[in-house]
Design a protein around this ligand. Structure first.
Ligand code: NAD
Ligand code: TYD
Length: 359
């Protein structure tokens, strides 16, 4: 691993990974290719540990000539592919960009590395890796007593987002199988932590609670997600890239599965503790049930056995401690929060999505 192309490195998980990777791998050079959509933010990459080993390129992963040029110019031997449209609710209201970025974008990257690594033989294939970041949502929804998702659970994606990620996983796998491209895939559960865009449940609830706005719970709030702290996720990805077997898939979960209502109540109690004089105390009083998400998956849960047995990874954080760290991060980073909260695109998203639900 010398020259690493990270796609989507200005987003939530990608920016956490750039920071983590620079600190844990002192020999690598990183190029971050990001289109800076509404979800991409260069402020997420301030204060990098060793900025001399990092370069930013603004552009679209669907732009084939740009991708080919960057891979050759920077002599890329490792790709860590995060770039995607990532929000389920947006995929329900407008799936087209999800098909474009998540499927065509992944295909475009694969074509470029195949040409450079396989056709032009730029490196020995033992020394390259295309790592694809995917989601547990490709497996669909679990019944209450069903065992958690493992790497052999059949795919059954339910939302346009999940279907686009499932499609990209299949294409990545096929490039490994057919062309011998050294690929790996990780399917992780719901992440949380610093720099998450406040359209997702946890940061949305924190920021709404701070300004006394309703905390919208879709349906009965008894849906279950498996919450993974982003730094634990970064460590897992690093282990897979370094020691994971080419061609393999690894599931990554946080081993903690509260219902949505439980997690929102936990955030409210942390805020009550931190801000006892707030006019919105107790923050729980802001909770409102609103119209459910169409086709809402009821339950996700991840079986970490494979990554834990083969690569010695398990989550370090507990939900209670990492959620406290996360809430504290949003409380401390008011400039970041204000800049995002005032973003026009975000404001119109909030109005459109929540007015329609009666929130
Ligand atoms: P995010 O929405 O915060 O960031 C996505 C980044 O990709 C942004 O910086 C955006 O500008 C960039 N991007 C979007 N389209 C692009 C394009 N066409 N070309 C180049 N860059 C583009 O997403 P995230 O939450 O950081 O998720 C990262 C990856 O992890 C995604 O592949 C997502 O499917 C996967 N994932 C996320 C979660 C989660 O809980 N956030 C869970 C499972 C899997
Ligand atoms: P989200 O953070 O959008 O992640 P995903 O849909 O990828 O799991 O949502 C997490 C859960 O919270 C999901 O069950 C939907 C629910 N949810 C709400 O109840 N209210 C909200 O305002 C949002 C954004 C999500």
């Amino acid at each position: 691993m010398n020259n690493v192309l990270i796609t989507g490195g200005a987003g939530f998980i990608g920016s956490n990974f750039v920071r983590y990777f620079l600190s844990i791998e002192p020999g690598i050079q990183i190029v971050n290719l990001d289109a800076l959509t509404y979800a991409g933010n260069l402020e997420n990459l301030k204060d990098l540990p060793d900025p001399g080993r990092y370069a930013f390129e603004e552009g679209d992963i669907c732009d084939s000539s740009l991708v080919h040029r960057l891979i050759q110019q920077y002599q890329i031997d490792t790709v860590v592919h995060f770039a995607a449209e990532s929000h389920v609710d947006r995929s329900i209201l407008g799936p087209s960009q999800f098909i474009q970025t998540n499927i065509i974008g992944t295909f475009t990257l694969l074509e470029a590395v195949k040409q450079y690594w396989v056709d032009e033989k730029a490196f020995s294939l033992e020394h390259v890796r295309f790592h694809h970041i995917s989601t547990d949502e490709v497996y669909g929804s679990l019944e209450p007593n069903a065992p958690p998702f493992s790497e052999i659970t059949p795919y059954a994606p339910n939302s346009p987002y999940a279907a686009s990620k499932a499609s990209s996983d299949h294409i990545v796998r096929a490039y490994g199988h057919t062309y011998g491209l050294p690929i790996s895939i990780t399917n992780c559960s719901n992440n949380y932590g610093p720099y998450q865009f406040p359209e997702k449940l946890i940061p949305l609830v924190v920021l709404n609670a701070l300004t006394g706005q309703p905390l919208p719970i879709y349906g009965d709030g008894k849906q279950i997600r498996d919450w993974l702290y982003v730094e634990d996720h970064c460590e897992a990805i690093w282990r897979v890239i370094r020691d994971g077997i080419p061609g393999e898939t690894y599931n990554i979960g946080g081993d903690t599965q509260p219902s949505n209502i439980e997690i929102v109540e936990l955030i409210c109690s942390i805020l009550d503790e931190r801000l006892p004089d707030s006019p919105h105390f107790p923050h729980k009083s802001l909770i409102r049930h609103v119209a459910d998400r169409p086709g809402h998956d009821r339950r996700y849960a991840i079986d970490n056995t494979k990554i834990s047995r083969e690569l010695g990874w398990q989550p370090r954080e507990s939900l209670h401690s990492a959620l406290r760290k996360t809430v504290d991060w949003y409380l401390a980073n008011t400039e970041w929060v204000n800049a995002i909260s005032n973003q026009k695109n975000h404001q119109s998203w909030l109005q459109g999505n929540y007015q329609e639900r009666g929130g």
